[in-house]
Design a protein around this ligand. Structure first.
Ligand code: AMP
Ligand code: GLY
Length: 469
């Protein structure tokens, strides 16, 4: 028997719980901010409370004889929860507060990459003088990403041709970031604009050994065709060969080398990273380039890789926490996955939340799809939406197209004031992404047009028109 403390209450944590419970004899103690109905049902003990409270986490661990803790989100890492649990003698999947700065501090991350010469770095400059920032933007041809140095919950990043239509807009935003201290620091980070296709690669690591997982493509935009505001992620897919339809083996390996470089750099700096390191990359014609790192599984990306994991996940977690991951390397099934998030109407703008949502769990199970609840509360009278994402549905199968059909079939059994992106994982959307990358490789796409235009692909789901050479 092993008692595992799991922190977090989203669909990522539901997927983590399901993976942990596949190991016989696992008992879960869950600390979550919301009454996630699956975590409530699956936990031996469920505690609704702040995941950022180290004293609460350590007292729960002591009360229930916890041996291993798995930390889902990043906030507890920043609050020192992993450090306090380790001090209490518990094996923890989740890096120290110091090592988690790879996600929590852009300056820490850029500095680490530069010192250890990690491949895939992006040219950047940090400025506290609006004039110097303007000169730098001009020197980069006005094609930049402008980022506050502090944390803005993903809302502070603006990119040329997207939220910043002109060079003057980029200069104006950089000036605002400096003058108004957006993100908490009167400094702005200016990067060259990367053009290509984004993807995520997550690795499990004990601080030395690195175990890769299948590459995933997330969809951050609220609306179909990659329109609307950025969100926490509307859904994601992965392919049976663990690459992506636009991503070649050598490019996957280059991204993996960047992640290994970060793990090695942190170990050399005496801040070893034990947990899940998530790299967000832009595949450019020069190979994958680093956008950011997360010190945890992605959400939704956890829902793509965890259902494919074969082997004893509890043993893998113990090895991440204590070392020896090299000896318990898990494998991942050669299947495709498509995850679609169901979200409250208006999510990404202003969520219309607090409404009942009806989920026919039995009918969903019959489709073969996996269901993971997220920010939904079980109250008297059933399940109710909150402002954040409601639930994830994951189809698996021998191809992305089949996995997409399974997820789409399952979506018919969820009703309420909720919505989702139909296009994620469809053949038309994927063909458009492949065509976009192909056009870039052939030098055909104009700069400043990073997003694939789904309307250019055939409505029957066939391959997109071949781009002009
Ligand atoms: P972040 O908050 O760092 O994840 O950035 C949000 C989004 O901005 C990313 O998902 C990318 O689509 C985009 N982005 C960030 N940095 C760059 C860059 N240097 N070039 C182009 N797009 C970027
Ligand atoms: N899917 C993006 C993230 O988890 O941050």
């Amino acid at each position: 028997m092993v008692v595992v403390l799991l922190l977090g209450g989203g669909a990522r944590e539901s997927a983590l719980a399901a993976a942990l419970l596949r190991t016989e004899g696992t008992k879960l103690v869950v600390l979550a901010p919301n009454a996630n109905p699956q975590l409530q049902a699956w936990a031996h003990h469920f505690h609704k409370g702040a995941v950022t409270d180290p004293a609460l986490a350590t007292s729960l661990a002591a009360d229930h004889g916890v041996e291993l803790a798995v930390i889902g989100p990043e906030a507890p890492l920043g609050a020192g929860v992993s450090d306090e649990l380790r001090k209490a003698g518990i094996a923890v999947v989740g890096p120290s507060k110091r090592a988690a700065q790879v996600e929590l501090s852009k300056s820490f991350m850029r500095n680490l990459l530069d010192r250890h010469k990690v491949p895939g770095r992006v040219a950047h400059g940090v400025f506290d003088d609006p004039m110097r920032a303007a000169e730098h933007i001009h020197a980069l041809g006005g094609r930049v990403a402008v980022k506050p140095l502090g944390l803005t919950g993903g809302k502070g990043v603006k990119v040329s041709g997207d939220q910043l239509p002109t060079e003057a807009d980029a200069v104006a935003y950089a000036t605002d970031v400096i003058r108004e201290g957006i993100g908490g620091a009167h400094q702005v980070l200016i990067e060259e604009q990367l053009i290509g296709e984004e993807f995520s690669l997550q690795v499990l690591t004990d601080g030395t050994a690195v175990v890769p997982t299948p590459a995933v493509q997330d969809h951050k935009r609220a609306e179909e065709g990659d329109l609307g505001p950025n969100t926490g992620g509307m859904g994601s897919y992965s392919a049976p060969d663990h690459l992506l339809p636009f991503l070649q083996r050598s490019e996957y390996d280059a991204a993996l080398a960047a992640l290994q470089g970060v793990v090695d750099g942190l170990r050399t700096d005496r801040t070893p990273f034990q947990g899940i390191l998530y790299g967000q990359f832009m595949l450019t014609t020069d190979g994958p380039r680093i956008i950011e790192f997360n010190a945890r599984f992605g959400d939704p990306e956890a829902m793509n890789v965890l259902p494919l994991l074969r082997g004893d996940f509890v043993a893998v977690c113990r090895a991440i926490a204590k070392g020896g991951l090299r000896d318990v390397v898990p494998s991942f099934a050669s299947e495709a996955t498509v995850c679609k998030y169901v979200v409250p109407n208006g999510y990404g703008y202003t969520s219309d939340s607090g409404h009942p949502v009806h989920v026919d769990e039995r009918a969903i199970a019959q489709t073969g799809a996996l269901l993971y609840y997220a920010a939904v509360d079980r109250r008297e009278g059933g399940l109710f939406t909150s402002a954040s994402r409601t639930l994830g549905l994951v189809g698996t199968g021998p191809s992305i197209a089949i996995a997409e059909q399974v997820a789409a079939e399952a979506l018919r059994h969820v009703h309420g004031k909720v919505t989702y992106r139909k296009d994620i994982g469809t053949s038309a959307a994927i063909a458009a992404r492949v065509a976009h990358m192909q056009a870039l490789r052939q030098g055909g796409a104009p700069p400043g047009q990073p997003r694939a235009d789904f309307k250019s692909s055939r409505p029957d789901g066939g391959p997109a028109e071949k781009p002009k050479a």
